[in-house]
Design a protein around this ligand. Structure first.
Ligand code: SAM
Length: 187
């Protein structure tokens, strides 16, 4: 049976993305600091699991958070508003076809997005256009193929191998741009 799925919009996946972000908050964001007034693009914000931390840690920076999924954007907007944050604007949009002027942003934040795209280098090229000259980009991605378990476990290895294979299949099925209507979702 094919399950209709939008990344992050299934309640279980929404919870998983939130758990993942909460677990990694110290690792990913402990040294993040953007200067007051700076314009930051968060590309592929999903349901806003990272957005809330970014906006809370840098209350005087201004974030534009973009995702291809309208449903995810709506959920992200709800989360940010529930957290009482006002320094984020949301926009539904495609990383491969961004509607911003060249050199709009001083920094770009991308987390767990490129690993889902069949043309990650083109995505970076597209993001570079809207990045100011001398600006910076943070890219955080998972590499399931190099996962390490302690203690080691055959079941854990089997599970991660499923993820590796499923993501390979997703890439095969998404020749052009990411299709959020996946039959299965992974980080
Ligand atoms: C695994 S989620 C990560 C969300 C968030 N960055 C996080 O760490 O929780 C990947 C997100 O990338 C979005 N995405 C995939 N392809 C995209 C594209 N071409 N343009 C914009 N967003 C895209 C998906 O809709 C999804 O919300």
């Amino acid at each position: 049976m094919k399950i209709s799925y939008i990344h992050g919009c299934d309640p279980r996946e929404n919870m998983r993305l939130q758990d993942q972000a909460s677990t990694l908050v110290e690792l990913l964001h402990s040294d993040t600091s953007y200067p007051a007034g700076s314009a930051i693009l968060e590309a592929g914000c999903g349901i806003g699991a990272q957005t809330v931390t970014l906006a809370r840690n840098c209350p005087n920076a201004f974030f534009t958070s973009v995702d291809i999924s309208e449903d995810s954007i709506n959920e992200a907007r709800r989360k940010v508003s529930a957290a009482g944050l006002t320094n984020v604007q949301f926009q539904q949009g495609d990383i491969f076809n961004l509607h911003f002027r060249p050199e709009t942003f001083v920094h770009i934040f991308v987390c767990f997005v490129l690993e889902h795209l069949s043309r990650p280098l083109d995505a970076l090229g597209s993001l570079k256009v809207v990045l100011k000259s001398g600006g910076t980009i943070t890219v955080i991605e998972g590499d399931h193929g190099s996962a390490f378990f302690h203690p080691d476990s055959p079941s854990a290895r089997k599970a991660i191998q499923c993820q590796v294979e499923l993501q390979q299949d997703i890439h095969k099925n998404n020749k052009e741009t990411f299709n959020p209507q996946l039959s299965l979702g992974l980080t």
